[in-house]
Design a protein around this ligand. Sequence first.
Ligand code: FPP
Length: 247
Amino acid sequence: MTLEDKIDKSRLPQHLAVIMDGNGRWAKKKGLFRSMGHEKGTKAVREIVETCAELPIPYLTLYAFSTENWNRPKLEVDTLMKLLVSSLKKEISTLMDNNIRLNAIGSLDSLPKKVHNELIDVMELTKSNTRMTLTLALSYGSREEITKTIKEISLKVKNNLISPSDIDESMINNHLYTHDLPDVDLLIRTSGEQRISNFLLWQIAYAELYFTETLWPDFRKEHLFDAILNYQNRERRFGKTSEQLNP
Ligand code: FPP
């Protein structure tokens, strides 16, 4: 029996989010430039995207570039931006063949024009695809997203469009970049770090967290199956007791 056979396809996470960490350390271990780690990381992206589409996991969100990543050396930022453009161009057929819609979250206006334009083009091209929504978090930071949400809602209160008592969780949800995505069920972080790093803080309220030592460029579908099996062995109580869930 393969690892994949052990997965209960009726209880797959509906929304999987991944912090793809460890590209730099992968390269360093091999005596290569950090950019080689990112390049190898794109191969892992392709395998995981295809595997999620096949399972299927309807929503996959990848943390590709954080608001804090702008502080990296310019050369590395430029490399990552170039990789994004080339990957988007190269993977159009993968997205179309697998019926995947591309989506993006974050302050997209701060991306270089080339990346921004390519992103808009691929999102437009894939907008009618229905098997899976692949969301790239780009120039994304959860605190920025929540701050933006508070500003937008405050403005509505100020202009008497709503009153403070109208503000509820669903209104907040509707102002987040992720307004059209369900809550995250499973969050994976690779490379052994056990942090959230400003990723989807609101959306992971009840997510199961899975940390693995594997560096992102080495992450293969077997590692994903391990994470899903681990997820399926957990009891998600959402604040209730075990007895309430299993009367
Ligand atoms: C973290 O590793 C990874 C990133 C900051 C970028 C992730 C980008 C890719 C996998 C490639 C492009 C993505 C797409 C969607 C095509 P790190 O550099 O922080 O590694 P380290 O912690 O070992 O230094």
